[in-house]
Design a protein around this ligand. Structure first.
Ligand code: HEC
Length: 172
């Protein structure tokens, strides 16, 4: 093969390997998870879930029972905001660097689904649907904790780790 043909072939191959020219390349995914899982819980998920749970259902007091659900548009909006945090946190929990595997992904998707239910309930200003969504959110939190948060076991073993990241019972 003449020299210039070989060079052309090499150039073609290089261009093909590069795909689109740099200017047209899709932006690289530059995720930079900031909060660790414990902080995600304490700073983001737990406060949002409290907003839902504190505003759903009925409380029994010495003076009788009281409905907890919001009675104003602003009050319902706060529920929508908290529910959106829960739903989108499901995506954050699935990110590389946080995810611990297939079941983890499923529980995280559960946050998206149940958070979405709460958004719908609050948008419709439906107290019963909100109470139901609050219960479903709780089930998702509990399912993941039952599997991945083994604080008691780690504490009993004298370990530092609050949860068993690798599922093998070892503290790291
Ligand atoms: C996909 C798994 C997963 C889901 C879903 C999940 N959690 Fe957690 N959560 C964990 C893990 C793992 C820990 C232990 C973190 C640690 O201590 O390092 C934890 C710990 C916590 C803690 C203790 C944090 C601390 O400071 O020690 C709280 C509070 C908490 N979760 C609240 C919630 C609430 C509320 C929900 C549901 C709205 C929820 N979590 C859903 C995995 C999950």
């Amino acid at each position: 093969m003449p020299k210039h043909t070989a060079l052309t072939a090499l150039l073609m191959a290089t261009l093909a390997a590069c795909g689109t020219p740099p200017g047209d390349a899709p932006p690289a995914a530059e995720y930079r998870p900031l909060a660790n899982v414990q902080q995600m819980m304490g700073w983001i998920l737990d406060p949002a879930a409290d907003v839902i749970w504190d505003n759903a259902g009925t409380i029994i007091t010495a003076d009788g029972s009281r409905e907890l659900h919001p009675t104003t548009d602003e009050g319902w909006d706060k529920i929508i905001h908290a529910a959106a945090i829960i739903a989108e946190s499901g995506n954050l929990m699935m990110m590389p660097g946080r995810s611990m595997g297939d079941d983890w992904q499923e529980y995280s998707r559960g946050l998206i689904d149940t958070g979405e239910l709460a958004i719908a309930a609050a948008t419709a200003q439906d107290p019963d649907a909100l109470f139901d969504a609050g219960g479903r959110i709780y089930q998702v939190c509990k399912a993941c904790h039952d599997q991945y948060w083994v604080k008691g076991r780690e504490a009993a073993a004298g370990g530092e780790a609050a949860f068993d990241q690798y599922g093998d019972g070892a503290s790291r």
